[in-house]
Design a protein around this ligand. Structure first.
Ligand code: SF4
Length: 345
């Protein structure tokens, strides 16, 4: 592949075909950093909704570093994968402590920040800082593999190393790294998509080895995906004078630090008597309110919702959690599954 021609073709194509996205209308290292954190594992359309409200509340690293973590999680709601919100806050704290509140623009200092790997550092450095550094995400890797007819499993170390080498060669040959890198990602997102790429609309069609050989639909080979682990969550909705019993999840695992109703987790569906016993609560009555399945990338969670009434008297068994006004539940950082539990009950 002629790197210079490919790079210039992508730069030109991106200039005229790029989508208008909020983080592209006004560039700064901080805006770029926040958008990259949000875009990891979350659809663009969802990030579009959330980005500006988040930036209004946290316009710079200093405001995020000083904020209460619970407030940050509330602003992150709807984006999922809350570990990223925590890492973003820790990154903001490090920017304040180590870089005087100014987001770095070079790969090396960026990679010292929590939650930032080579791709994210390269994206911020090249797109916001216009540095001549490569980036490889799933979109870029797919486009490069098809252009070069590289039919290896994309997850293999060798395939990934080759993708970084190719991206490096392209960025060396390009005119504007910020246009090339974002253009490669945009081409992968809009044209050279997983499954069936739209080669008829591709500016690189005449230079693509996979298209020439007619193998563009089978490169890269399909991933071998592990089946999702199935688990059962038994959620107990317990009210008392307009308030709801809620508890905070631990610091590790899914929905870490978010709020929920008391929940008993198990590998199997439990009978109501088992739920009652494992809850440790003195429940006068336990009624089934319904169930639903919540699907995450690696897990399928069957949520069984119960409504319960505590026995009267002092020995209710409530030793953890707190009573929270039902009308103010939206002030708690919580998962979408929790919101569905409340709707069902
Ligand atoms: S010609 Fe088709 S397979 Fe090749 S880069 Fe373009 S969209 Fe992808």
């Amino acid at each position: 592949m002629n790197q210079q021609v490919v790079a210039m073709t992508i730069e030109e194509w991106f200039t005229t075909h790029r989508r208008k996205l909020p983080w592209r209308t006004r560039r700064s290292a901080w805006r770029s950093l926040v958008s990259e954190f949000m875009l990891q594992q979350t659809q663009v359309s969802r990030v579009v909704e959330k980005f500006e409200p988040f930036m209004e509340r946290f316009p710079d690293p200093t405001s995020l570093a000083a904020a209460d973590e619970q407030e940050v999680l509330i602003h992150w709601q709807g984006l999922g994968y809350y570990r990223r919100a925590r890492n973003l806050k820790r990154a903001a704290e490090a920017i304040v402590e180590q870089f005087g509140g100014r987001t770095p623009l070079d790969v090396e200092p960026l990679m010292t920040l929590p939650g930032i790997g080579r791709y994210t550092a390269g994206a911020i450095a090249s797109i916001a800082g216009k540095r001549r550094v490569p980036i490889v995400d799933a979109n870029v890797q797919r486009v490069l593999a098809r252009l070069c007819e590289d039919d290896d499993e994309q997850a293999s170390k060798e395939a990934l190393d080759r993708a970084w080498q190719r991206a490096e060669q392209l960025v060396e040959a390009c005119d504007k790294p910020e246009l090339l890198n974002e253009g490669m990602m945009e081409l992968g997102a809009l044209v050279c998509t997983p499954g069936t790429p739209a080669c008829g609309r591709c500016p690189l069609a005449s230079r693509c080895a996979s298209r020439r050989s007619g193998r563009q639909n089978s490169i890269p080979p399909p991933k071998t995906t592990k089946p999702r682990v199935e688990v059962h969550h038994h959620a107990l909705v317990i009210r008392n004078r307009g308030r709801l019993l809620v508890e905070q999840r631990g610091d590790e695992g899914i929905w870490a630090g978010l709020w929920q109703v008391p929940t008993i987790e198990s590998k199997r569906k439990l009978a109501p008597s088992q739920v009652r016993q494992r809850s440790g609560l003195a429940l006068r009555e336990l009624r089934r309110a319904g169930s639903f399945t919540h699907v995450l990338s690696h897990r399928q969670i069957h949520v069984h919702v119960f409504e319960g009434d505590l026995a009267s008297g002092r020995k209710t068994g409530v030793t953890r959690g707190q009573w929270h006004a039902g009308s103010k539940l939206d002030q708690l950082p919580a998962s979408n599954a929790f919101r569905r539990v409340i709707e069902l009950a």
